[in-house]
Design a protein around this ligand. Structure first.
Ligand code: ZN
Length: 223
């Protein structure tokens, strides 16, 4: 190792290396937008969204009963999900999250999740997809398979605010809840590239409705 190269310098000094005055000026300029490029501001904003997403994720993985419950049951079926498998990323679309079967990972759209509660619902929804993928070997190009998982994911997550009732021991299905789950499932199936039109999505969701809506695993298991 060449001792002469150990003190390498970079073109932009980190904040901590700057004199106090300059450091404050840099902070101040980020707030006012003076002397800061648009890109720099956007970069900082994205970094802040990422940090919030990571913070909520860590808290939910530790303190959310629904998330902890799903992670535990995924582990029981051989999927040991770490925080690296739940990725906070910027998303181009308006979606809040997604499940990638190839990566075995859940995407959390930083900046699209409006609150920790919203992230909790989204995370549980995607973890139900992951659970189905692990346990039932879902073929995501098969619309019946996809519809079934969407019905379960929307019903069992807080998407339609029902899972909280399940954990309290209520199993009464309100009409409103069913309509919400049905509508969301149709939307998701319709977005599948293998789905030709909305009428097909509606038909498929109806076909699998009875068996999938009543399949509340793993929430029916004693824990
Ligand atoms: Zn879904």
């Amino acid at each position: 190792m060449d001792p002469g190269s150990s003190a390498s310098s970079s073109s932009t000094a980190p904040d901590s290396d700057l004199p106090t005055y300059e450091r404050w000026m840099r902070k101040f300029s980020l707030m006012t937008g003076l002397g800061v490029t648009k890109e720099e501001r956007a970069e900082r904003a994205e970094a802040a969204r990422h940090a919030t997403c990571e913070k909520w994720k860590r808290e939910l993985m530790t303190y959310s009963p629904a998330v902890v419950f799903m992670l535990k049951h995924l582990k029981l079926h051989g999927a040991d999900v770490s925080s690296n498998d739940l990725m906070c990323v910027p998303c181009a679309s308006t979606r809040a999250g997604g499940f990638s079967p190839e990566a075995g990972a859940v995407l959390l759209c930083q900046g699209r999740l409006m609150s920790k509660g919203h992230m909790e619902d989204t995370l549980v929804h995607e973890l139900v997809h992951m659970y189905d993928h692990v346990k039932f070997k879902v073929d995501w190009n098969n619309l019946r398979h996809h519809a079934c998982s969407e019905i379960r994911a929307s019903s069992l997550s807080g998407d339609c605010k029902w899972s909280r009732e399940v954990r309290r021991g209520f199993v009464a299905f309100s009409k409103q809840h069913q309509e919400c789950v049905r509508r969301r499932a149709v939307l998701s199936v319709n977005a599948n590239p293998a789905c030709p039109d909305k009428a097909t999505a509606e038909r498929v969701v109806n076909e699998v409705w009875e068996s999938c809506f009543n399949d509340t695993r793993p929430f029916d298991e004693i824990y």
